[in-house]
Ligand binder design. Structure first.
Ligand code: ATP
Ligand code: MG
Length: 139
């Protein structure tokens, strides 16, 4: 059965460009409830740990640099079929390929600065939520 929880980060580009409010509004109006939220500036160590699965990829260094370039908004979201529905709402990783009206289509500039993160599985949603919020350790 698909889970009820996903994890998101509004990335530094979107926070810096003043899109936090509009993005949160779009998330809420698409049926997601915010269950936890924080505004933080990731350290290099924490960003590297979060994206450890990409450690061997050529873009890893740029990814960590970008994710530490300014504050982010991290949140746990609840909805039926949360992971898949949220991936649909944010659009493709590369904003050039993101469907019309998706968050990345509206607010992302490039594959690096792509405005928002969404978990890719129920298992990773639980891991990522517990990375930022101790109350979600058991999801
Ligand atoms: P996210 O995990 O941030 O929600 P995603 O699941 O759509 O994005 P991943 O494959 O997990 O994509 O990649 C993590 C991040 O690494 C992407 O959001 C993007 O910023 C960056 N990235 C992924 N692929 C590339 C690439 N080919 N070139 C540059 N950056 C990339
Ligand atoms: Mg991913």
């Amino acid at each position: 059965m698909a889970g009820m929880i996903t994890f998101t980060m509004i990335k530094p580009d979107a926070v810096r460009n003043g899109h936090t409010g509009k993005i949160l509004d779009q998330i809420i109006s698409n049926g997601f409830q915010i269950r936890a939220m924080k505004y933080v500036h990731l350290s290099e160590a924490k960003a590297g740990e979060f994206y450890a699965v990409h450690r061997e990829r050529p873009f890893f260094k740029d990814l960590v640099e970008f994710m530490t370039s300014g504050p982010i908004v991290a949140a746990v979201l609840e909805k039926d079929n949360a992971v898949a529905d949220f991936r649909t709402l944010i659009g493709a990783t590369n904003p050039a390929e993101a469907a019309e009206g998706t968050i990345r289509n509206l607010y992302a500039k490039s594959i690096d600065a792509n405005a928002i993160h969404g978990s890719d599985s129920d298992e990773n949603a639980a891991i990522e939520a517990s990375f930022f919020f101790s109350a979600f350790e058991r999801f």
